[in-house]
Ligand binder design. Structure first.
Ligand code: HXC
Length: 272
């Protein structure tokens, strides 16, 4: 049963603006990434989503394809972003089946709450590997295709702001790395017509991030602490994504677009 458009995309956007574009997205079965891809597909793009879980990734691809009649969406499972060869194979398959890669969302991430003195070296390494090396592997595998593609291009990672969030030292360290990498890509690849930006979501309702980082009985109270007075929606992250990938975002490069209801300016979220 296709979702009604208004559930995942605002009506300010025009159908067809992403005709003939292909988006490649890691972590694509997740709640935020799937909404981002769904919005792009609705507006004309085809898509390839990759993830670790085969069933979840393949079934999400089928679901996203219902966003637009005739949309092609492929799901490639069993791809751990820590494995460069698997990402390369996925990018190659995307181009073979869909013809190009025009937009990239490096969405795969790892997160949990733990004080620094209780995080094992392997846990710290796992999050840094998934977030930093995973994003690097994604950029590396797709960059030649982005350069090759004749039209304008985007790479786009998303993360939370790289401040020192309590109980998330592992994530703060990793996200700072991803932020720095996005700027490096912007500077190095800008002359080739590529833009690279970060979307930094705050607490977004009904997502794995909030489920992992905030206790259920604390959510109502913690949502009131957001300057906008509520948690965000996946649609609001999808809207930011459409903006950056659209012509309206052509001259935005190397930026972090924080979409968090002003949370970033306050003492912080989570740990509740
Ligand atoms: C402490 C933990 C832990 C926890 C796992 N580990 N969970 N340590 N607290 N809750 C430790 C393990 O004991 C192990 O260390 C090491 O981490 C690796 O874990 P594994 O289970 O072997 O698997 P791995 O695939 O490497 O796990 C990666 C992971 C996991 C990051 C730890 O949580 C994961 O797969 N996450 C993916 C999904 C996810 O996190 N999504 C949410 C993203 S939300 P030892 O020493 O025992 O070997 C997000 C944005 C939120 O990022 C924004 C909100 C504002």
């Amino acid at each position: 049963m296709p979702l009604e458009r208004y559930q995942y995309l605002s009506n300010v956007w025009k159908d067809g603006i992403f005709d003939n574009k292909v988006v490649f997205c890691t972590g694509g079965a997740g709640s935020i990434c799937s909404a981002q891809v769904r919005a792009l597909v609705h507006l004309g793009a085809n898509a390839c989503i990759v993830g670790r879980n085969v069933e979840k990734t393949e079934s999400m691809a089928k679901d996203i394809a219902t966003a637009r009649k005739g949309a092609k969406v492929i799901g490639i499972g069993a791809v751990d972003v820590r494995k460069p060869e698997l990402l390369q194979a996925a990018a190659d398959k995307c181009v073979k089946e869909l013809g190009s890669i025009d937009f990239v969302i490096a969405g795969a991430a790892g997160n949990f709450l733990a004080p620094m003195d209780q995080i094992s070296p392997n846990a710290m390494k796992s999050v840094i590997d998934i977030d930093v090396l995973g994003s690097y592997n994604t950029v590396k595998a797709t960059l030649p295709y982005l350069v090759e593609s004749a039209s304008k291009h985007r790479t786009n990672g998303h993360t939370q702001p790289a401040n020192g969030t309590p109980l998330q030292s592992h994530v703060s360290v990793a996200k700072a790395g991803v932020d720095a990498m996005a700027v490096s890509v912007a500077i190095e690849q800008g002359p080739k017509g590529i833009t690279s930006n970060i979307i930094a979501p705050g607490p977004i309702a009904d997502t794995e991030g909030v489920a992992r980082l905030s206790k259920q009985d604390h959510r109502e109270q913690s949502s009131k602490g957001v300057p906008s007075g509520r948690y965000g929606t996946v649609k609001e992250i999808a809207d930011a994504t459409v903006y950056l990938f659209s012509d309206a975002g052509n001259y935005v490069n190397g930026e972090t677009l924080v979409v968090d209801g002003g949370q970033w300016h306050t003492a912080g979220f989570a740990n509740g």
